[in-house]
Design a protein around this ligand. Sequence first.
Ligand code: ADP
Length: 215
Amino acid sequence: MRGHAAGVSVVIGLTGGIGSGKSTVARLFTELGAVVIDADAIVHELQGPGMPMLAELAGVFGDEILDSDGALDRKALGEIVFRDAEKLARLNAIVHPQVGAEFGRRLQDALAADEALIVLDIPLLFEGRRKGGRGASSLATQATVVVWAPAETQVERTIARDGCTREEALQRMRAQMPLDEKRDLADHVIDNSGSLEDTERQVRALFAELTEAAA
Ligand code: ADP
């Protein structure tokens, strides 16, 4: 036991917008002892070199989606499905069920291990729900947490992190549900517009609130 009552793991959904600080907050939760299950990391793992899903994707979309090392060339795959709804649907039909199953396995493991706080890191938490809640986002969470920052801060941090242009950052941001909308849907908001110390304080307080409520 880790100082909380048995069988009372708290499960929360964590999301944000590009550059808003979701990965940073997920790391802070991990440091406090939460178990973070990261949807994007699972996608990358399952599509790693030598994984069955990668072979399946190459079988459907051709070897041009592989780079010279046999790893997935995400840009090439993205270009194939970008303007072709049918191909995108085929891609999703391969990826979503397998990622969802692995996500579910990890959640079951964390629940079985009686972890105090389990954080489901899901970029499209609310978008998935809006479309009928399929896949990882339909997993039951007790609360949702949105990491928020002003749009201009999102753009600046994305440019600094990815070395992309302002236009590219804006384009990626506009493809997402507006972060202010996500903030309005969330049970808890981490305001990441200030310093990292300020954000860390908020995460620490939320961690305590969520785990104490369950104890
Ligand atoms: P997301 O996962 O939401 O896209 P990240 O956590 O990767 O966002 O944060 C985007 C970038 O901004 C990263 O380089 C990160 O180190 C930086 N960053 C995050 N929060 C802060 C902050 N409060 N102050 C300064 N830089 C930050």
